[in-house]
Design a protein around this ligand. Structure first.
Ligand SMILES: [Fe+2]
Length: 411
């Protein structure tokens, strides 16, 4: 498989050798054909945050609440944009004290403050569930036994969390063209009338503010991993999906790299967003020698391995428009009390403008907005990513100051 390579980072011989072998393997066993676009993704939150998180997303993103469901373990809320873009599933656990999410979050000083909150992973649509899961099992992939619903009309299963990212990958197959979700097999959960009215009001407000048509579907999702896990996280993702390695950029003065994988189906990012992995160039124990800020490694040490941000596209300006759409979106959201890290960076001349929001109190995820000008094809600019990495580092430092007392950690 010959994919055009971008970026300025040379990978290890190990990476290049096994990248080729993974492409050949997945092509040979048919996985490349059978695993299709990103169908949906799941974020777990505490039940006390489920409604407020939906409210936040209703204002900040194109997602709209559709329905809630429940089973013995979870309450689920489904948000959608349309039939093309991935569905957004928010779930809360009915017995969080038994949660594996809690166990993972208890290992990191900031995430232990939000013990029930974690991005869980993406779901990819497959064309032959039995074959895909058989091939993957045979290749050593472990599935969460609780997640397998192989005999219902919607087939679904989820891998155990990755050692490198702590994210999961799930697979779904269903009949018919219309999108279906595994949670639709559970009884519907009737939300209180007042809650539904509030969701509607916020969507209406987003429209009245004029930003609903400016915020587009997801562009990419970015996970932060430890320095030593960079190549393994990328290769593992390529084994489990039909994505390809697009390339890596060195953000030297932030001691970080941005590593991009994209769908190989020639689908727009709005249908199957890019998956990005960010890692420090050197491990934490060398910070005193390297003498550079190291926000990426620092994030992982404080929050644990996890998804860092979800980026949404912003519509390009209309002809002759001088006030950029991304500035309109950000200024409008600021007026509504939303906070952002530093300012909008980049320019129309460079092809791209971007900004990070503050970390959500409900999901611990940052929302990024990205506006591309005149069909900019470069995906991102190195200068912008350097600024964003720095901005996220400042937010992380703030969170660190507010975290569970240092004394507790030393006891
Ligand atoms: Fe990003």
């Amino acid at each position: 498989m010959n994919y055009e390579r971008f970026g300025d980072i040379s990978n290890s011989d190990f990476f290049e050798e096994y990248l080729g072998k993974i492409y050949t393997w997945r092509e040979g066993v048919g996985l490349h054909e059978m695993i299709r676009e990103m169908h949906s993704f799941t974020v777990e939150v505490g039940e006390e945050d489920r409604h407020t998180y939906i409210e936040e997303l209703s204002l900040m993103t194109p997602y709209r609440f559709r329905k809630s469901y429940e089973n013995e373990q979870f309450r689920y809320s489904l948000l959608e944009i349309d039939q093309l873009s991935p569905g957004f599933i928010i779930r809360s656990r009915k017995n969080p004290e038994k949660s594996p999410v809690r166990a993972m979050n208890s290992l990191s000083p900031v995430s232990m403050k939000k013990p029930n909150t974690r991005y869980i992973g993406e779901v990819y649509r497959v064309t032959d569930f039995e074959k895909v899961t058989q091939i993957l099992e045979k290749s050593g992939v472990e599935f969460d036994p609780d997640s397998v619903s192989a005999h219902s009309r919607i087939r679904f299963c989820r891998t155990s969390p990755s050692q490198y990212t702590w994210n999961t990958v799930a697979y779904i197959q269903y009949q018919g063209k219309e999108r279906q979700y595994y949670l639709e097999q559970f009884p519907e959960l009737n939300e209180p009338e007042g809650v539904l009215v509030r969701f509607d009001e916020i969507k209406k407000k987003q429209s009245e503010l004029g930003i609903d048509s400016l915020i587009k579907p997801i562009d990419h999702l970015a996970t932060r991993v430890l320095h030593q896990d960079r190549e393994h996280a990328i290769l593992e993702h390529l084994k489990l999906t039909s994505y390809y390695y697009w390339g890596s950029y060195d953000i030297a003065d932030q001691n970080s790299s941005t590593n991009v994988t994209r769908n190989s189906l020639n689908l727009d990012e709005s249908v199957s967003p890019a998956r990005v992995f960010t890692a420090a160039n050197t491990p934490h124990y060398l910070d005193h020698i390297v003498q550079l800020p190291s926000p990426t490694e620092s994030f992982v040490l404080h929050y644990g391995k996890r998804m860092h941000h979800i980026a949404y596209g912003v519509a390009d300006n209309a002809e002759g428009q001088t006030h950029d759409n991304i500035d309109i979106v950000v200024d409008t959201l600021k007026d509504q009390g939303m906070e952002f890290l530093l300012k909008v960076i980049g320019s129309a001349e460079e092809g791209l403008k971007q900004i990070f929001s503050r970390t959500s109190n409900y999901s611990l995820l940052i929302t990024e907005y990205v506006q591309r000008y005149n069909g900019f094809q470069g995906f991102f600019t190195k200068k912008n990513v350097a600024f964003l990495t720095e901005a996220a580092g400042q937010d992380e430092a703030l969170q660190k100051m507010n975290r569970v007392g240092e004394k507790d950690l030393c006891d």
